[in-house]
Design a protein around this ligand. Structure first.
Ligand code: MRU
Length: 362
């Protein structure tokens, strides 16, 4: 995606393959700045502190984290240590495990002396694969938007939650890839952006990237979606996901489940966009089996924003002494999902349809 005319990905290696650069997402939307990751521990910290976030980007950052470790020390022990540190950085997105396992599979059979070069090559391949996958999700998802537009013959209103745009991936995004593809094809659309408390990825990141691309959008508080749906102001919802089980249960940013319930009650199609590496084939019941990240209370009790003097400051919004709970994700049961938009096509959220999708050679 372009920022002020310059083409950016969210992560890229330095020209000499000794370090990695990222866009620091904790500074957006008020400051656009990049950050250099010099070590595997830097990559782990960037994932944990959410300087990079979004399931696919976490996976790619972890892959580059392994490459950073191999640059310094490429023994079996160093490889095992890097994989285990990176895997522990955030628990919910299965793409993290996917990225690390891809690296391990390539590196384990090699001699230590061959691992550094191979790891940079594999991490770059994984990053490129993510971009290609998301472009394909964009094509399949934009066909749905086009069909709604043909029926409605007016602007298509799309609701999204959190940030599943290009900032959450290497490029394009998952939930927003269909939006960008449809918008670029001239289909009139407008996006309702859930602010997504507590970290406000919708208000800060989704609104920012839609604005940079010129896509009409409106930020709403998290509780507004049901009202909009009751009044016919939402034609479809598209969200991303951090993990989908083999039977189609969808884990995504906290609050997604409530949007899916409201969509179901109002007959609004509820789509989930995902690269197929986000499917965890080892799990069935998402509510019981997916580990849900719990983060610091301060993310709920405090909020950051731009002050009149141009400085970004953090303020407390709760009374001193009130405790806060901060569950990062929830699970939407498959029965509430209209369809899964993948790079292989759109598929029903059920075990048989998903199995056929993966074996159909598409
Ligand atoms: O906690 P985050 O910001 O990493 O959560 C991100 C989401 O919930 C996204 O919707 C999900 O990762 C899909 S990313 C394309």
């Amino acid at each position: 995606m372009k920022i002020n005319g310059t083409l950016f990905r969210t992560i890229w290696p330095t020209a000499d393959n000794v370090a990695v650069e990222i866009i620091d997402q904790t500074k957006l939307p008020h400051i656009f700045t990049t950050l250099r990751l010099n070590t595997m521990r830097d990559a782990e910290r960037a994932i944990r502190d959410m300087q990079v976030r979004g399931a696919p980007l976490i996976g790619v950052t972890a892959a580059y984290g392994v490459a950073l470790a191999m640059r310094d020390q490429a023994s079996d022990a160093a490889l095992a240590e890097a994989c285990s540190v990176l895997l522990a950085a955030r628990p919910t997105a299965v793409n993290l495990r996917w990225g690390v396992e891809k690296m391990r599979a390539v590196l384990v059979p090699l001699a230590a002396g061959e691992r550094a070069a191979a790891s940079w090559k594999e991490a770059a391949r994984i990053a490129d694969e993510d971009v290609a996958i998301n472009a394909s999700i964009g094509k399949h998802g934009s066909d749905i938007i086009r069909t709604i537009h043909q029926k409605k013959n007016a602007t298509v209103n799309i609701l999204t939650h959190c940030n599943a745009g290009w900032l959450a991936t290497v490029d394009w995004g998952t939930a927003l890839a269909p939006v960008y593809t449809a918008f670029d094809a001239g289909i009139p659309l407008h996006v309702w952006v859930d602010e997504t408390r507590p970290r406000n990825q919708g208000a800060s990141l989704t609104a920012w990237e839609l604005g940079r691309h010129g896509v009409p959008h409106t930020v709403i508080v998290d509780n507004a979606g049901g009202h909009l749906m009751q009044h016919g102001m939402v034609d479809m919802a598209i969200v991303g996901t951090d993990r989908v089980t083999a039977r189609g249960d969808v884990c995504n940013k906290i609050g997604t489940y409530l949007k899916a319930l409201a969509a179901h009650d109002n007959g609004v199609p509820f789509y989930v966009a995902l690269p197929t590496p986000t499917i965890d084939w080892t799990l069935q019941d998402g509510v019981k089996e997916i580990p849900i990240e719990e983060r610091a209370e301060e993310e709920v009790t405090h909020i950051a924003g731009l002050c009149d003097d141009g400085q970004v400051r953090t303020v407390q919004v709760t009374p001193q002494g009130s405790r806060a709970a901060n569950y990062g994700f929830d699970v939407t049961p498959a029965r509430l999902v209209t369809g899964l938009i993948t790079e292989r096509g759109v598929v029903a959220a059920n075990a048989e349809a998903m199995r056929v999708l993966m074996t159909s050679g598409r």
